[in-house]
Design a protein around this ligand. Sequence first.
Ligand code: FE2
Length: 225
Amino acid sequence: YQHRAITEDLYWIGGNDRRLALFENVYPIPRGVSYNAYLLMDEKTVLLDTVDKSVSNVFLENLEHLLGERQLDYVIVNHMEPDHCAALGQVLHRYPEAVVVCTQKALDMIGQFFGAFPALRSQTVKEGDTLTTGRHTLSFVMAPMVHWPEVMVTYDAADKILFSADAFGTFGALGGNLFADEIPFEGQWLEDARRYYTNIVGKYGSQVQALLKKAASLEIQMLCP
Ligand SMILES: [Fe+2]
C-alpha cells in the first residue's frame, strides 16, 4: 500500500503516472504527473477528491486499506475534471452511504459524467459553508473557473491546510517525496509548475486573482493541491 501520512489523521492516497506522454493529449510530461487525493480520518472519515482512471486501482486499494472497518462518511468534490474525479463513480458504488459534498454545479456534473445514482446522498455547499467532522472544521471557498465553473477549494481550520484543487498544481510524478520543502523545488519542479499553470489555469487570470485575494485572508500552513 502506498498511502502516506501527512499529519496524524490526514493521508495522501494519490498515484503517479509515468507512462502518459501527453497530459490532456496536448502537453508533454516527460517527468510524468501525480494525481493527488487525501483522506481525513477524523471522527468522520472524509475523502477529498479522487484520481485519474490510470491510477484508480491503486487508489481504491489504498482507500479500502486505510478505512479498514470504518465506513466512508463524506466525499468532498472540489473539481470534476477526470484527473480529479474519474474514480468518483467507483467510490460511490463501493461506499453508497457516503455523502457527497460539492457545489450544485458539480452535483449536476456527477449525473452527467456517471449517470444517475438513485440513492446518492449529497450536500451542496456555497461560499463560507462549513462541515465539522470532529476535531476538524472544513470550510468551502468558491473558485469558479480555476479552472472549471464548478470548482471550490476546501480549508481545514484545525491544521490550517488548504486543499487547493488545480491551484498550485504541477506536472511531475512524485519520486517518493511528498513535501515541497524536502525536494529542490525551484531547481527541479518550478519549471513544470510554471508550465502547468501557464497551460492549464493561466488563461483564467482574473479568476485566479480573485481566488488569491480570498486565500490571503486565510492562515495557510500547508497546501494540498
Ligand atoms: Fe482542472
